[in-house]
Ligand binder design. Sequence first.
Ligand code: AMP
Ligand code: ZN
Length: 463
Amino acid sequence: MELRLYDTLTKEKRNFAPIDPANVRMYVCGPTVYDFAHIGNARPVIVFDVLFRLLRHLYGEAHVKYVRNITDVDDKINDRAARDYPGLPLNEAIRRVTEQTERQFHDDVDALGCLRPTVEPRATEHIGEMCSIIEKLVAGGFAYVEQDHVLFSPSAMNAANGVLPRYGALANRSLDEMIAGARVDVAPYKRDATDFVLWKPSKPGEPSWPSPAGISTPGRPGWHIECSAMSWKHLGETFDIHGGGIDLVFPHHENEVAQSCCAFHTSRMAQTWMHNGFLQVEGEKMSKSLGNFITIRELLATDKFGGRSWDGATLRLAMLKTHYRQPIDWTADALHEAEKAIFDWSDFTKDATPARCDEVIAALTDDLNTPKMIAELHALRRAGKADELRGAMQLLGINPVVRAPVDLDATAKSLIEARTAARANKDWKESDRIRDELAAMGVVLKDGKDADGKPVTTWEIAR
Ligand code: AMP
Ligand code: ZN
């Protein structure tokens, strides 16, 4: 089956042909480990996990290598370490913060049904590779040393002849426009406003390493060079797929391309560039100041969103309902809908023997068309094909959810009484909350009137 993927660089869907089908290679930019991951961060993790599973299905499990890095050098990490462990030496505090955050991240994305990548390299373990790329860039005339910093020069890249791509091609921007639009208060160590940092001096107490390019004071890497170094180490100079959220196209991925192609004299860093759209919450940008910021952990283990907690499989299915390149609106309604399907499918397939379903795979091979794929899952359910449905759920990492056995009758009755009392008090919020709680148990309510015209509520199992 042909796999077609949309490429951000060429802006078209193209047939995917791996450089080496026996070793299909994918790199995705991973988390900066200083705090719980939010539900927006879960989107690339889930989307590229589905792609990883599809590639394993198409090329064989042993022939796909998925690398997702862990960024463990960053100002936000240093700040958090100093705040949380004021009594410890900074390096020790940083180690605690990054190890703890990495564990939390793994627990969260495991619960979302994501496979661990083949390799999860840490930035701090690849400083040698970063220095070696920086040395190559300085030697090639693409980077220069100034005031103990090393800077990459996009102008030098675009002035060079040969195979190199044009700086700005991935983000579809022109360097001249970037230079013209740059702010005037450019850092004194930059020759050009568009030059970006490969290496910089560490402030006293910050993590530091011996510097490259003849700089005598210790320093630390810039952000972009990390991914060029880790992808090179684990996947080689050129590989198949590079992914991340759409916000990473510029400057992060543009700069990764610049560094890798100039260091290795190649025309491409990755054959295909894939970017997921952004997630917003109930129609608004997610932000701490708006109070709608929500972590994966809060969704899984607290009642902060929609008044209750949710299964990982529900969150995963809700995420896949929208095509990965579209913006997604994260709503409680969508979670209820996904949950209803998960409960129904899990129950319907509980005795099934997983079987292959070509329609589901066909939908995925069309640039990960997950809305179409979900429609196929519903069609399998309607057609009574339990084996294929179970097989498709397995392929997609949608783990069945077994509903806790509750005495539905007694529970529903007492919740309905509580809701009737809430309605009598005109507490519509509480009444809605109880209705949602029942809906989550698969119970739908019907409000009507009895023979005397008094309001009564009856219930039935949703189908
Ligand atoms: P960060 O920790 O901000 O570097 O983000 C880690 C990953 O999550 C990157 O691939 C981002 O593009 C992605 N990401 C961050 N916020 C969102 C969001 N609201 N929606 C979708 N993806 C996001
Ligand atoms: Zn990256």
